[in-house]
Design a protein around this ligand. Structure first.
Ligand SMILES: [Mg+2]
Length: 270
């Protein structure tokens, strides 16, 4: 790995017109902003850069609102959003009274900390109809949480459970796949050669950038570490290897604040 000069920020700023950031583990950890992230976004916007925040996480309140409103505007009925708590599994008779009479077009799977047996039953029974699409927003295995070194399962286990029981394969629309790339390409003016994708996931953000012609930067403030990068290099899985890495987005904030230990490193061969 070769260190690039401390003036890296200037080089990065002049090299890209569009900056795409993942959110969890990059700009914030749960409800707390990562140090320097708001200032960085504001300064990029101020100097006329195009900034896109591209998250696979649909659990944020504002995301839910926008998503729900957009879907309703498009004539799509939205229901079942939220906790869907089951107070007591011993009460009621959900094994015999599961209601799948509602006509649906798709089963859509995203991050859901309240996923349960009843939701699994409902999903796989809807999916018996081959005309019902099986869509997942992403396949991330873990999501960075507020407590260091505590693993939080993301969406992967939910889609795995539904895949196992239904025997159906999902259509994935989030990073690293192309539907979300096609969406932002239609909506924004993006030149991949002048775009930097910054993320904390070696399995969604980095391959998303690599597959679609962006330069990629891994920040070490979230899901993955340099050990993951080294493992991918050793397995010759270069799709998961970023072009460069930094401790966090704060590294890019301004030249004065870039300390010796905080320089962005470029990963040779990526
Ligand atoms: Mg993330």
């Amino acid at each position: 790995m070769t260190k690039i000069p401390l003036a890296v920020r200037s080089k990065i700023l002049s090299s890209y017109d569009t900056f795409i950031f993942d959110a969890d583990g990059v700009l914030w950890l749960f409800n707390k902003a990562i140090s320097g992230a708001p200032e960085l976004l504001n300064s990029l916007i101020e100097i006329g850069k195009q900034v896109i925040i591209l998250s696979n996480n649909s659990t944020r309140t504002i995301d839910e609102y926008v998503e729900k409103k957009t879907m309703e505007d498009a004539g799509i009925e939205v229901f079942g959003v939220g906790a869907d708590h089951v107070e007591d599994y011993t009460k009621g008779n959900f094994l015999t009274n599961i209601d799948v009479s509602r006509k649906v077009s798709a089963v859509v799977v995203s991050y859901d900390i309240h996923f349960n047996y009843i939701k699994l039953m409902r999903a796989v029974n809807y999916l018996k109809d081959p005309n019902v699409d099986f869509i997942v927003t992403e396949g991330d295995i873990i999501v960075p949480g507020p407590v260091p070194d505590v693993i939080l399962p993301c969406t992967g286990w939910i889609s795995s459970a539904i895949r196992t029981v239904s025997g159906r394969e999902p259509f994935s629309i989030g990073k690293p796949n192309s539907p979300v790339f096609n969406y932002i390409s239609e909506k924004f003016n993006i030149n991949p050669k002048r775009t930097l994708m910054t993320g904390d996931s070696c399995f969604s953000d980095i391959p998303f950038g690599n597959r679609h012609g962006f330069d990629t930067m891994l920040v070490l403030s979230g899901s993955h570490s340099l050990k993951d990068v080294e493992k991918s290099i050793s397995e010759d899985s270069m799709e998961f290897v970023p072009k460069m890495y930094a401790p966090s987005v704060k590294t890019l904030l301004n030249d004065e604040e870039i300390k010796e230990e905080n320089v962005v490193d470029e990963i040779s061969g990526a």
